[in-house]
Design a protein around this ligand. Sequence first.
Ligand code: DLL
Length: 426
Amino acid sequence: MPRAELTKLQNERLRAVVKRVYENVPFYKKKFDEMGLKPEDICSIEDLTKLPFTNKQDLRDNYPFDLFAVPMDEVVRIHASSGTTGKQTVVGYTKHDLDIWGEVMARTLGAGGVTKKDIGHISYGYGLFTGGMGGNLGSETVGCATIPASTGNTRRQVTILQDFKPTFILATPSYALTIAEYLAENNIDPASLSLKAGFFGAEPWTEEMRREIENRFQIKAYDIYGLSEAIGPGVAYECECQHGLHVNEDHFLIEIIDPDTGEQLPDGTEGEIVFTCMTKEALPLIRYRTHDVGVRLPGECECGRTFVRMQKPAGRTDDMLIIRGVNVFPSQIESVLMDIEGIAPFFQMVVERDGNLDKLTVLVEMTEDAFTDEIRILEDMTRKVTEAIHSVLGIAVRVKLVEPRSIERFEGKAKRVIDKRTQVNF
Ligand code: DLL
């Protein structure tokens, strides 16, 4: 859609959703009234900054259904995201919302070359988490034969990959690695499978991890991004250029803001991602603060799509560690480790407080081939990893090599950080 036409559509849809939440959600009516804001004050997307933000806490305060903008008899699906602390966040869908979800997920798969001739293997968890059901809906909307494998029981997953011959797979990047490890351990050649593409998301993953997954499965790996509060997977997706993720901007308006001041930031600047859901009926959130760190990329994509792109999200502000004044994301550690021979793609970060200082230890798993009990080799490897991390982060961290298979494997989102300062793991 030409940009001018898209803007016109966004203006119409924004006006409509502002009116809908004002009339149907007491929380928004109260907020608007307190600010002296009337729905008519919002004429176009230029007026977006006049609107209040919505936070996760607002969803918790209105738990479970009080932010819904339709009566319960119009709601046909409920999901929830457990988060790391506190009450779960509950989200609802009308029949029309599910149609939109199917469509944005179908676009996601289509951009990765999927057609109705393909067979889809969905290894995201089915249940309250949006990954499984969202992936399923997208695959069926394209018209693919869809296998609701869900997560776990890796041996059975591999049997399905061998026998049902799916051509694409959906999983968290960490679960994809667990499956790849099973293939390697059982001498199953990935080329003997029928997979061509994979759609990985629900957690941050690096370009180095993409290469690892692509090599191990011999497929093309696409990043897919989303969050339950917006719709689930399908908010943004990669095209064949894989230079950022296109945001489904006819449904979700994206802003990048300064997390401290709330000011909108220009394209190309890193900040917190904020979404406004313009078409959702059951739960249309206005300027929802995701806590994800992102960048809106300037310029057009070579693929010809006009939707704006966001950079691969680096992580969440709440996952960011501040070690001696330096911001550290687990994804930075991941990108360093992936490039070192002899190191397996599994690691964990332990943060402790030592007096007033935060101390970071990175547990790094060695590959079966590289593992040895020769102290000198282990010391050399430890030094190599420590220096590589130091050169990227600029701070010294403690590196501890651990035996193959000793770091926990994940079926859903990985837990990379053990925070002993607060005893909260995420
Ligand atoms: O994770 C929805 C989803 C399912 C997306 C499957 C992609 C694939 P939630 O459980 O609500 O929903 O978690 C949303 O996960 O705010 C990000 O912090 C993170 N996240 C999701 N996709 C990506 C990604 C689903 N591609 C939260 N890269 C979001 C980085 C991601 N982080």
